[in-house]
Design a protein around this ligand. Structure first.
Ligand code: ADP
Ligand code: ZN
Length: 723
């Protein structure tokens, strides 16, 4: 089923449905394909598995994957099979018949990846090695490679036997992977595995999608409920220190109506397996666990991790919080901190008769406490702890979010509210902003120009005013009527602000350039339907839902509303096999929803996947900007649509639109090719009010009936007229 002519990026699209490599995946894969040994360090959720799964698909022969946990093996094998890649594992839980069946398949060359535990490979009386030598083994992957080191936190003696692999398979490249390895452990891994001048790849361990928060622990159960109430639909893990408290907390949460179950090492295996399974299948939303839970959990849509007790060290904390958000979507890490907890742990940290170890443990605990008491960026502290440099404002931890971004905006709020009052609560955003900024436009009534409030907000840009007004509405200091022409009105909270009795805090504007990337809101109702479809398919295939498709894929579908299989192919995670197997089933709810709500596909607004882009093209020098525009223009003139050009050129549709709007500006393309004439005045009006530097506020004002492409085209055309 493999093809030697396929490039890695093509295989990524075809088998995994992804359009881009992450971190250093591409370089790692290239090294393996060249037959070199590799050590890869990547954070949890970074995409380590793909580093050997993709070469396995491209190479002739079988790839052997050494993995410490049976639960993890099954998860990986199921997930590969769902993607149409033949994989299997051999372990002690299987019957002799089952094992024989797999051996037969291996002999026939029908299996691309074989998962094994190390003890199975070298166990007494095992002739597995000589059997494997009779096959063609193209790659050996050693997952969780830190298990080979005494220095790691998870030493497994069986891993030491893996040193022998290089002697048994001297010509086969070996890749060792781990998410946790300080320098000492890293060196140890290389020595013990006996690797052949390996290339080392160390990715940043920053988990940008996780927001870190610490709150003082006061009434922890109520604090927890407040947090969970906002996340009723999400999956999460709550870590406690003791077995007893996991059970008590589980009972309390159940009482409050949450679908929660406990997990700790003292439970019997059947109960543990049942609770874990229910969590993986999204039947149970919350697992309340001791740290025994989590190793080998690949569930990608864990949205939050809560520590109700203080962790013993940063390593553990970081690993546990890292179980949130493997799918890359925004996720939360919350820790409830009390000094009492720190005190209690200090007593435990002292190991009788081992001064040296006590000192190390106490130092680690002290670092953990410092982290909780920080007044500076938490992420920076974590990164420094792991020897990585990091700037001092991440913008997404509690410190950065509160200290840097909120500011006292009482005066701004007063200006806005008094403008609304002076204008007798009869105008909408645009007019109020023009009035505040003292716009000279004729549209502003003469009598308004005489008011004292006219022009008191001239120092603030239109875009910022728009944001502030929205925030004031969100905070309840203003309201918007839902008429055809919505107007701003005061509320009963407004008066206190105007009289100076109420302080108002707003979020400061981003100093860094705001993304112009269009964030289109997804259809919440459709997302729910898609989750049901996914759950049903998962149940029929007997795998957890996240294995069928990630939450990212569902959100993309609920955003871009694909209507055909070809459009569906542009959704992240739809490789060829998944498209063929489940594509039609997922189109049903999307189409139903669209026809009920009068919606159509928005797939054109999605950045094109680089479907056909061959690897070598990416290293070529970029085309000069004028050349690339001309190339787009030529294709457009040959009759191709924007989407076709985007796909063919491996560019985002928005980039193509940007190119073409340049030719609207030069006059080579008529603006009417992109926009209906009757739509132009509204766009022009919005551009005149808000400027054309940033598209997203324009899109917001204009609403769903106007696309980014149309707005861009009109901007090009307006610039032509004024030049
Ligand atoms: P790790 O083993 O490093 O914790 P995984 O291999 O489980 O991480 O990958 C985490 C998630 O990211 C998986 O759902 C995987 O399918 C997805 N993923 C991996 N590589 C990519 C990529 N290039 N683009 C999009 N998603 C990816
Ligand atoms: Zn921060």
């Amino acid at each position: 089923m493999h093809s030697t002519t396929m490039t890695p990026i093509q295989a990524l699209q075809k088998y995994f449905g992804y359009s881009e490599f992450r971190h250093q995946q591409e370089a790692i894969i290239q090294h393996i394909l060249n037959g070199q040994d590799v050590l890869a360090l990547m954070p949890t959720g970074g995409g380590k598995s793909l580093c050997y799964q993709l070469p396995a698909v491209l190479m002739d022969g079988v790839t052997i994957v050494i993995s410490p946990l049976i639960a993890l093996m099954k998860d990986q094998v199921d997930s590969l099979n769902v993607n149409g890649i033949s994989a299997a594992f051999l372990n002690s839980t299987q019957s002799p018949d089952e094992q024989q069946r797999i051996t037969d398949q291996l002999k026939k060359g029908n299996i691309k990846l074989l998962y094994l535990a190390p003890e199975r490979l070298f166990g007494q009386g095992s002739n597995l090695i000589s059997f494997l030598k009779s096959l063609s083994v193209c790659l050996i992957a050693i997952d969780e490679a830190h298990c080979i080191s005494h220095w790691g936190h998870d030493f497994r003696p069986e891993y030491l036997m893996l040193a022998d692999l290089k002697n048994e398979f001297p010509k086969t490249p070996v890749i060792a992977l781990t998410a946790t390895a300080d320098k000492l452990t890293r060196k140890d891994i290389l020595e013990k595995l006996n690797l052949n001048s390996p290339a080392e790849f160390v990715s940043s361990f920053n988990r940008a999608n996780i927001t870190y928060r610490i709150v003082p622990k006061k009434n922890s159960f109520n604090q927890l409920l407040a947090f969970l109430d906002e996340r009723k639909e999400d999956s999460g893990i709550i870590y406690c220190l003791s077995r007893k408290s996991t059970e008590e907390l589980t009972a309390d949460l159940k009482n409050e109506g949450f679908a929660a179950e406990a997990y700790h090492a003292g439970m019997d295996n059947v109960d543990k397996a049942r609770n874990q399974e229910a969590f993986l299948k999204d039947e149970v939303k919350i697992i309340v666990a001791t740290i025994a839970f989590g190793m080998g959990i690949n569930k990608s849509n864990v949205r939050y991790v809560v520590h109700v007790d203080l962790p013993k060290n940063i390593e553990g904390y970081y690993q546990e919080t890292g179980r949130a958000g493997r799918d890359g979507l925004p996720s939360d890490a919350l820790l409830l901190y009390s000094y009492g907890d720190a005190n209690k742990l200090q007593r435990f940290a002292r190991v009788e008769g081992n001064e040296e170890q006590s000192a190390i443990m106490l130092k680690k605990l002290d670092d953990m406490v410092k982290y909780c008491q920080l007044q500076t960026c938490r992420r920076q502290y974590l990164m420094h702890y792991f020897d990585e440099s990091f700037p001092d404002n991440c913008g997404s931890c509690d410190i950065c979010l509160s200290e840097y971004q909120k500011f006292d905006a009482t005066l701004i709020a007063q200006k806005a509210l008094s403008a609304v009052a002076r204008l007798k609560e009869r105008f909408g955003n645009t007019y109020v902003i023009d009035f505040l900024r003292g716009s000279k436009r004729e549209k502003i009534w003469e009598e308004h120009k005489q008011l004292k409030t006219y022009g008191i907000g001239a120092d603030i840009s239109r875009a910022d005013w728009l944001r502030y007004l929205r925030e004031l509405v969100a905070l309840g200091y203003l309201q918007v009527t839902d008429d055809a022409y919505p107007v701003l009105k005061l509320t009963d909270k407004s008066d206190a602000v105007l009289k100076g009795q109420q302080k108002v805090e707003l979020i400061a504007s981003q100093t860094t350039e705001e993304r112009t990337a269009e964030v289109i809101p997804y259809e919440g109702g459709l997302l729910q339907e898609l989750k049901i479809t996914r759950r049903d398919i998962a149940a029929s295939q007997n795998v957890p839902p996240y294995m069928i498709l990630s939450d990212v894929a569902l959100i993309e579908m609920a955003t871009y509303l694909p209507q055909t299989l070809d459009e569906l192919r542009l959704i992240s995670g739809f490789g060829d096999i998944k498209l063929a197997r489940y594509g039609r089933e997922f189109l049903v709810p999307v189409k139903d929803y669209c026809s009920k709500n009068g919606l159509t596909s928005r797939i054109k607004q999605k950045s094109a996947k680089r479907v056909q882009k061959a690897g070598h093209e990416r290293t070529n020098n970029r085309l000069r900007s004028s050349d690339t525009k001309i190339e787009t223009f030529t294709l457009y003139r040959s009759g191709k649509t924007i989407q076709e050009i985007a796909t063919e050129r491996g560019l985002a549709a928005t980039t193509v639109e940007g190119h073409l709007s340049y030719f609207v500006q030069t006059g080579e393309i008529d603006v009417l090719e992109f926009v209906k004439e009757e739509k132009i005045p509204a766009i022009k009006d919005a551009v005149e009010s808000y400027g054309y530097e940033r598209l997203s506020p324009l899109k917001e004002v204009l609403g769903d009936d106007y696309s980014y492409g149309e707005i861009r085209a009109v901007i090009g055309w307006m610039n032509r007229n004024t030049n």
